[in-house]
Design a protein around this ligand. Structure first.
Ligand code: AGP
Length: 588
């Protein structure tokens, strides 16, 4: 989950470049950060701090070699002592780490017995001490190999060694990209960090070791010691610099961008979608997989495909998919949905599915990401960079692409396009003060409640789940999404006088039944907030969402806004960076 940025070359402002790189990668983790450089005396110098990187001042200066890290805590709390880089006892080896070392306890005990002094609670700190141990008897390169071979779990390591003035990079699972500039190299956990400097990139493979000197790069296989020829590629990607513009938060800006995102998909993706549709028709078993918000898009997709394309697709939360993989064959098609393209819960089962020969059609937002590169075919969401941790425009973009695909399978992409354009227009209307004013006032009324329940049926069940996730992650209110028909099987016991209940009631086959469920909630004291094209006497509050034929895309908008307004109402410090979360989830 953490962000990594390193530099080795001829420029003398390495700390500033690393600091900037970390700011770009901060979405990967934002509880603490740290940088280590070789200073003008060729000694390791380190700065570490807790908190968000944009609020802190860089104290290091000068230097042509350095590495930096922005952390999302796994082992050890958010304290300066746990921030990376970690050092060995002699302070000659600095280590950054992404991932989890599963056997760190046993390694730590072994090292403690040998007299090593630990200063953190992290799993990472065993690495510099193991290296210190091995380097006593072998060259640093061999010490790195031996160390890496002792680690269990998925990890990426970046090591700065003072004596040889080299950086060593090795990985297994977590992504690492190396960029080549003029007499210089960049290292990052994500291409986005390097693109401002160079488009010549090398996506390091698992079990490969990169040894970076001032103007040299050597690649070797970690287990066979075999030399590997450099395999840089020139990518045409541009890094768009994203700012908040006139918006207070990225979340609000990204919510507002949705009409444009849907229009772009409707107008530019028709051909590509029509080309991919037959792959789904001819696959023997199609599986949507995704995590969090993306998993709700997957669920929505199963309804859309059943309704529009009349075909059955399976879905699973990506972290569960590997337990369902036994029946995969070369004829199976996996469709991963992901904004970042880096989510480890997706990357892992995809890697396993690939080994079985199954095909992958990825629906991702991030060009060049791990999932993008793993896939046989890709449909890019074209939603533009999403910076807020709470996903909004990437969700509706996924729904738009799935809708379009379903219509393309039904040989009617024309209708799909028309409905997407109508939905974009309705979203535009929902963003106007008429609706936002009502939502702000609802947020004010319910902000002090501890629990909120959302119900939907059919496709709107996916919206109930996604709406609940939005509310919980940015406002910290416990919100639960339920299938309307399920409430009487247990959850209704939780409804008390005044409990906020959000009812998603589009004008479709679910309308009458979901209103009956709303009535059941109201009879137990529920305060009913209806999201529907039509008002009803059951509703205490009503948000009108007009029928565009794809209620999934439009009905989620008021819930995204409500989550945001609740967040402001409850005084959450930064809705863009909710506590405990990270934008890109690269640990299991
Ligand atoms: C969304 O609001 C969440 N922050 C989270 O559930 C996210 O959707 C999930 O981690 C998947 O991310 P991805 O789309 O980048 O794979």
């Amino acid at each position: 989950m953490c962000g990594i940025f390193g530099y080795i070359g001829t420029k003398t402002n390495a700390p500033e470049m690393i600091f900037k790189g970390l700011q770009t990668l901060e979405y990967r983790g934002y509880d603490s950060w740290g940088i280590a450089i070789l200073n003008s005396n060729q000694k390791l110098q380190r700065q570490r701090q807790t908190g968000k990187i944009d609020k802190k001042q860089l104290k290091l200066s000068g230097g042509t070699i350095g590495i930096g890290h922005t952390r999302w805590a796994t082992h050890g709390g958010v304290f300066e002592k746990n921030a990376h880089p970690h050092l060995d006892c002699n302070e000659e080896i600095a280590v950054l780490h992404n991932g989890i070392i599963e056997n760190y306890q046993e390694l730590k005990e072994e090292l403690l017995k040998k007299g090593h002094h630990f200063t953190s609670d992290t799993d990472t700190e065993v690495v510099p001490h193991l290296l210190e141990e091995y380097v006593k008897h072998s060259p640093i390169k061999n010490a790195v190999k031996k160390t890496f071979q002792r680690l269990r779990g998925l990890s990426a390591l970046v090591i700065l060694y003072q004596r040889t003035k080299e950086i060593f990079v090795v990985k297994n699972g977590s992504p690492i990209v190396i960029g080549k500039g003029q007499d210089e190299y960049f290292i990052a956990s994500d291409a986005v960090g390097i693109l401002p400097y160079t488009n010549t990139l090398l996506f390091l493979n698992d079990h490969e070791l990169a040894i970076l000197g001032e103007n040299s790069l050597v690649l070797e296989h970690i287990d066979t010691d075999k030399h590997i020829k450099e395999y840089f590629e020139t990518v045409s990607w541009q890094q768009s610099h994203v700012t908040k513009g006139n918006y207070k938060h990225f979340m609000l800006k990204e919510i507002a961008e949705q009409p444009q995102v849907i229009r772009t998909i409707a107008k530019t993706q028709k051909e590509l979608i029509e080309k991919q549709a037959p792959r789904i028709e001819h696959a023997f078993g199609t599986f949507f997989i995704g995590s969090g918000t993306a998993s709700y898009a997957c669920l929505a997709g199963t309804y859309l495909f059943s309704k529009i394309a009349h075909i059955h697709v399976n879905m699973a939360p990506a972290s569960e998919f590997m337990y369902l993989e036994d029946f995969l064959t070369p004829d199976s098609l996996i469709i991963p949905l992901s904004q970042s393209g880096e989510t480890i819960d997706i990357v892992e089962p995809l890697t396993r599915a690939k080994k079985k020969g199954s095909k992958i059609l990825a629906i991702v937002n991030t060009l060049g990401s791990t999932i993008y590169r793993l896939a046989d075919q890709t449909i890019l969401l074209q939603a533009g960079p999403e910076k807020a941790v709470a996903s909004t425009k990437a969700y509706t973009a996924k729904i738009a692409v799935l809708t379009y695909l379903a219509y393309a399978i039904a040989k009617d992409s024309q209708t799909g396009q028309k409905k997407l354009l109508e939905s974009a227009q309705e979203i535009q209307r929902l963003l106007k003060p008429n609706t936002t004013k009502t939502l702000r006032s609802i947020a004010k009324k319910i902000a002090r409640h501890e629990h909120v329940y959302l119900i939907g049926r059919g496709m709107s069940y996916a919206t109930a789940l996604e709406g609940a996730l939005k509310i919980k992650e940015v406002s910290y209110i416990h919100a639960e999404g339920l299938a309307g028909g399920e409430i009487k099987h247990g959850p209704i016991a939780l409804i008390d006088k005044g409990t906020p209940c959000i009812v998603i009631a589009p004008q479709d086959e679910t309308h009458a039944a979901i209103l009956s469920n709303a009535m059941e909630l109201k009879s137990r004291g529920g305060y009913i907030i209806g999201i529907s094209p039509k008002n009803s006497p059951i509703f205490d509050e009503w948000i009108q969402v007009k029928d565009t034929g794809i209620p999934l895309i439009t009905q989620v908008i008021p819930l995204q806004l409500l989550g945001y307004f609740l967040s402001l109402q409850r005084g959450v410090a930064d809705p863009d960076k909710p506590r405990n979360l990270a934008k890109s989830v690269t640990v299991k």
